[in-house]
Design a protein around this ligand. Sequence first.
Ligand code: SAH
Length: 222
Amino acid sequence: MAIVKTTQAGIGMTSLRTRERMLVRLREQGIKDEVVLSAISSIPRHIFVDEALSIRAYEDVSLPIGFGQTISQPYIVARMTEILRNSNTMNKVLEIGTGCGYQTAVLSRLAKEVYSVERIRPLVMKARGHLRELKCVNVKLDHADGNMGLPQMAPFDCIIVTAAASHIPQDLLDQLSIGGRLVIPVGTDEQILYLVERIAQLEYRQTKLEPVKFVPLLGGIS
Ligand code: SAH
């Protein structure tokens, strides 16, 4: 008689079906970019959460990852990636707020180079382990305050901020290439997702998208 082990690996096997269900749900929720959907389906979300939570990894919820932070809900990862990509090839992407690295892993399947900045050192280490396990070799992580962006690697054709800012940081606007896109949640009690496009050297177009819920973008490192 076969012994069923409820290990991470065991969940990995059954996760194929739950992952398919997650894709069906994302389509029902309005995600249309099949390239984004296929990148999401290629990333096992359960490896990014503690084993005790991995049973819930394919539910459409954010989950705790320690240090008061969360892994983003699959819908918001899909939605922000779809907006950022805009059906184009992404070359150089900057993510602010690596967390456990889930969104980073999805981006690594879609972009040539991904840079991601996180302010909490143990989360950088955690994300690094997950990204290594998934062989995301085109990703570089930095332990820094993302409010400043990553000037040494700028400009970026895409910037995604996965924590809610009180305002749009000027440094991030400066580090967008012409034609580049920034997706960022802004607000404290009520947060709204914004798309900012750099039309010309000094010209930006700002579009208000939809209400969202993120942990706050803080200052400094820890
Ligand atoms: N992208 C993650 C979301 C993690 S939650 C995912 O895919 O699940 C947001 C993360 O932003 C937290 O880990 C938090 O520590 C980080 N963060 C908050 N303020 C920051 C800042 N100023 N610079 C860099 N990271 C920041």
